[in-house]
Structures are given as structure tokens and as C-alpha cells.
Design a protein around this ligand. Structure first.
Ligand SMILES: [Zn+2]
Length: 373
């Protein structure tokens, strides 16, 4: 099943070797960007350690142990993740009872999502954290000897969300781990963890997934046209989860918005532009605008390929617009890289919480100047 995880050969090689040589560390830190398979790898690693199949087939995904892992019902599988706190009720109590019904519902939704699609991020509506009650529950459960498997597997997802109190309590568990317990922390922000926690774990680095692999994976989805797979893979920018999510959500609105933006630019309809800009007044539109800017970067590179490398073009169904833009200013070698740098800078500004509307106006002016003066 490790083969399902794309672009993390190095990490998987290390883990497989550890299993083959029976040299398993007590605690691991899986770190790297979001959406590249850290959790799924942790899950499969835990499965492999308890799988009943022959060594080369682990994890098989089919034996009794694997099946229980895949449904999150294995008694030796502990899973801790950042979790909203109910302001009116205490945390999860020591006996693992969740007191608040609403939070229990969210908790179940989270687990269901993980069973269905382990790779997929689930967003809680409220502020989340890993609190001391969860760590106490963990301590309590790893004191019991394994019920079924060879190892107790404990995954702590997004471990950087541990509160200071929780992190300090957890440190004690890490200092004296029971032999049969394997703890795997996942994080995309290792610098937010206590250095004393980091230093006690074997670190496994995860990397952005190469674009070709995301593209290949997305192409498996038969309803997707090749050009869409290319586009989503480009926007996903190394984040496999994002790519899969974009496909699942159907045609991305941001592409249509980008085409609309360019149409307004080409017709130089300033009035329509003001209307367009109006949709990007609040900071909530930040991620939408970020997608549009990424699309614009693809458009600019398409324009630069227009004359000499037409096979590289991604927006193949919009060649008429590409041609209009190209013909408006054929000095593409001079302005393409400049524009792409400029757009990347705008992306950074957007992340730095500059008003989206303002950024959109700056982009509009810059593109108008490049193509139409
Ligand atoms: Zn198995």
C-alpha cells in the first residue's frame, strides 16, 4: 500500500528498511509541507508494523489487523489530533468521554472523514488545539499492554497545535516510552514544536509532490480532461491533497474568474472592472484571489510559449484570448519573467494580509500597462 503514496520515496524507503531490519525508533517526527501524505504514511507505517502478511507485502490492507486500522477501530491504534474546545464544558475527560454533544459530533465527522479519505484535511469551524486532557488520555492508554498487535501505534497529527501545557506533559511520555509503543508526530511547522520534543524523535522529511506525479494522479480521474489535470496540478503547487480536492470540488470557479478578469482587461472596460473588484473587498476572498493570481501566472507563461512552444500551453481552449494578448505586445521575452516575478510578489503580499482589492487593482494596472499602452 506504500505505493499509493506518491513523491515520498525517500521517507518510505527509510521506514521500510526500519521494518525489514526490525530497527524501529520509539518516536518519529514526520515533517514537511501540507498535503503531501504525512498522515497517510504514518497510518500505513503503523499498519505495516502490525500487519499479518509477509514482510514484502506489508501493509497488505486486507488482513484483520489492517482492516481495523483502516476503520480506526484497532485497539492498539491511538489517534490524537487538534480539536475544538467547547468553552462551556471541560475537555475530554480522563475516561475518554467527550462531554459536549456538539463536539462529539464534530469528532465523529473528523474520524469518518479520515476513514473515507485519510489524505484529506478536515477543517473544524472553531479554533483548535491539542490539550492536556488528550495527552493524559494517551498516557493512560499506552500504559496498558497491547491487546492485539505487536505494537501500539500512536499518531499525533499537526503536533504543533499542542498547548504548552500539553507539550510539557507529552515530553514526559517521550522521555520514558514503553517499548511496544511507537509514537508518530506529524507537522508542517516543526519550528513550532518544543526543541526538546524534536530532538527525541527520529526525523523523517517529506517534500512537495512533483507536479508530474500530481498530474498523473489527477489524470486517473476519468471525468477530468487532460488540460484540467495540468491546471489543477499547477495550482496545487506540490500539495497533492489540494490537487485532489480541487478535482473533487469540480470545475474551479477561479479559472472562470480569471478568464473574466482577462476579458475585462482586453476590452478595457473599467466600469466592469470596478464591479469585479467589488467581489474582493474582504480578507475572506484572499484564497480565491490567490488562485486567480496563480492562474494569471499560468496565463503569462502560456503567452510566452504561444509563438514557439505551443505544446507547452495549458489554456489550450482559450487560444483566441492568448493570441489577442500576445499580439498586443509581442515583446514577450522582455516582459514575461518580469510579470511572473511581479505576480509572485503579489501572492506574498496577499499572504501578508494586504487588502485583496488593492492587490487586484495593482495587478490590473500593471497588466493594462504591459499589454495596452
Ligand atoms: Zn495487513
Amino acid at each position: 500500500m506504500f505505493r499509493e503514496i506518491l513523491g515520498q520515496d525517500k521517507a518510505i524507503e527509510i521506514l521500510k528498511r526500519a521494518i525489514e531490519l526490525d530497527k524501529i525508533a520509539n518516536s518519529y517526527l514526520f515533517f514537511g509541507p501540507e498535503g503531501v501524505g504525512k498522515f497517510t504514511t504514518a497510518l500505513y507505517f503503523g499498519m505495516a508494523l502490525n500487519c499479518h502478511a509477509t514482510l514484502d507485502k506489508r501493509p497488505c490492507g486486507a488482513c484483520a489487523s489492517c482492516k481495523k486500522f483502516l476503520t480506526f477501530s484497532h485497539p492498539d491504534f491511538l489517534f490524537i489530533f487538534p480539536f475544538p474546545k467547547d468553552p462551556n464544558k471541560p475537555d475530554i475527560s480522563i475516561d475518554r468521554e467527550i462531554k459536549s454533544e456538539k463536539i462529539l459530533e464534530e469528532y465523529k465527522a473528523y474520524i469518518d472523514n479520515k476513514i473515507e479519505t485519510p489524505w484529506k484535511e478536515f477543517f473544524f469551524p472553531k479554533n483548535v488545539g491539542i490539550r492536556i486532557a488528550s495527552i493524559r488520555m494517551l498516557e493512560h492508554r499506552i500504559q496498558l499492554s497491547p491487546n492485539e498487535g505487536n505494537y501500539k501505534i500512536c499518531i499525533i497529527e499537526n503536533a504543533e497545535e499542542m498547548t504548552t501545557q500539553a507539550a510539557n506533559a507529552f515530553l514526559k511520555t517521550l522521555e520514558e516510552p514503553p517499548e511496544d509503543t511507537i509514537i508518530i508526530l506529524t507537522t508542517s511547522k516543526p519550528s513550532s514544536l518544543l526543541p526538546t520534543i524534536v530532538s527525541r524523535c527520529q526525523k523523517i522529511n517529506f517534500f512537495p509532490v512533483p507536479r508530474e506525479l500530481i498530474e498523473k494522479k489527477l489524470e486517473e480521474n476519468k471525468s477530468l480532461e487532460n488540460i484540467e489535470a495540468k491546471m489543477y496540478a499547477r495550482i496545487a503547487n506540490g500539495n497533492m491533497e489540494k490537487g485532489l480536492r480541487l478535482v473533487e470540488e469540480g470545475r474551479i470557479e477561479s479559472r472562470e474568474q480569471t478568464v473574466e478578469f482577462l476579458r475585462i482587461l482586453i476590452t478595457r472596460n473599467d466600469l466592469q472592472f470596478l464591479e469585479f473588484v467589488n467581489h474582493y473587498r474582504t480578507s475572506k476572498t484572499q484564497s480565491k484571489l490567490a488562485e486567480i493570481i496563480t492562474h494569471l501566472i499560468i496565463w503569462i507563461s502560456d503567452i510566452s510559449y504561444f509563438q514557439n512552444y505551443p505544446t507547452e500551453i495549458i489554456n489550450l481552449d482559450k487560444t483566441d484570448m492568448l493570441e489577442t494578448l500576445y499580439q498586443s505586445n509581442t515583446n514577450v521575452d522582455e516582459y514575461a519573467s518580469d510579470l511572473i516575478n511581479f505576480l509572485e510578489e503579489m501572492l506574498l503580499k496577499l499572504e501578508g494580509h494586504v487588502n485583496p482589492q488593492l492587490i487586484l487593482i495593482v495587478i490590473y494596472n500593471k497588466l493594462s500597462k504591459t499589454f495596452f499602452t
